[in-house]
Design a protein around this ligand. Structure first.
Ligand code: GAR
Length: 204
């Protein structure tokens, strides 16, 4: 079977991207990352990509902080298509995906989110979960749809919230699980082990 071709969108340090790179290099994930795109110049994710000789691009998202103008999104689509991306992986991408991307890659965009959806969608969710007083939080990999963190859930992992946790210690515990389950979700999709029934993503 041919390697699945991945394109990453990332705004930040890129540790989830790195975890996928590591899995590929260790022969644990049969995939190729064909491009990394960031809306943030010199994002850590771009540096990591360039270190691995992966084509890396900055496409500035425009004036609004979390929205991307349609013509800019079309440039992102063009870049992903030029690199023959089959699966788009959002990894710390802080912009809401809109119509151009969703139409070009239907059910072929996934996201990693640092909470157990549908609880705590949106931003700064480790802190929100802790302040709410939940005893477990975690992370979710889901397909991206037109909502914010609302698409069908592929895989989740739970971690305990401890009494002496700070936002930082909880975030680290969650991030360790993110690094494990993102590759696992990509592996399931690459191996065509996923069936979608309504909102349910079933694995076989
Ligand atoms: C991760 O915790 C990811 O789940 C989160 O940003 C961090 C990126 O870290 N994503 C979101 O909050 C998306 N709304 P990374 O750049 O080291 O992968």
């Amino acid at each position: 079977m041919a390697k699945i071709r991945l394109g990453f969108l990332a705004s930040g340090r890129g540790s989830n991207l790195q975890a996928v790179i590591d899995q590929i290099q260790q022969g644990l994930l049969d995939a190729e990352i064909t491009c990394v795109i960031s809306d943030v110049e010199n994002a850590g994710a771009l540096v990591r990509a360039r270190d691995e000789n992966i084509p890396a691009f900055t496409i500035s998202g425009g004036a609004a902080k979390t929205k991307t103008e349609p013509d800019i999104e079309r440039r992102i689509v063009e870049c992903l298509e030029e690199h023959q991306v089959e699966l788009v992986c959002l990894a710390g991408y802080m912009r809401i995906v809109k119509e151009a991307l969703l139409k070009a890659f239907p059910l072929r965009i996934i996201n990693i989110h640092p909470a157990l959806l549908p609880s705590f969608p949106g931003l700064n969710v480790q802190k929100k979960a802790m302040n709410y007083g939940v005893k477990f939080s975690g992370c979710t990999v889901h397909f991206v749809d037109e909502g914010t963190d609302t698409g069908p859930i592929i895989i989740q992992a739970a971690v305990p919230v401890k009494d002496d946790d700070t936002e930082e210690t909880l975030s680290i515990r969650i991030l360790n699980e993110e690094h494990r389950i993102y590759s696992e979700a990509i592996r399931l999709i690459a191996n065509k082990k996923i069936h979608i029934q309504g909102r349910r993503v079933l694995t076989s």
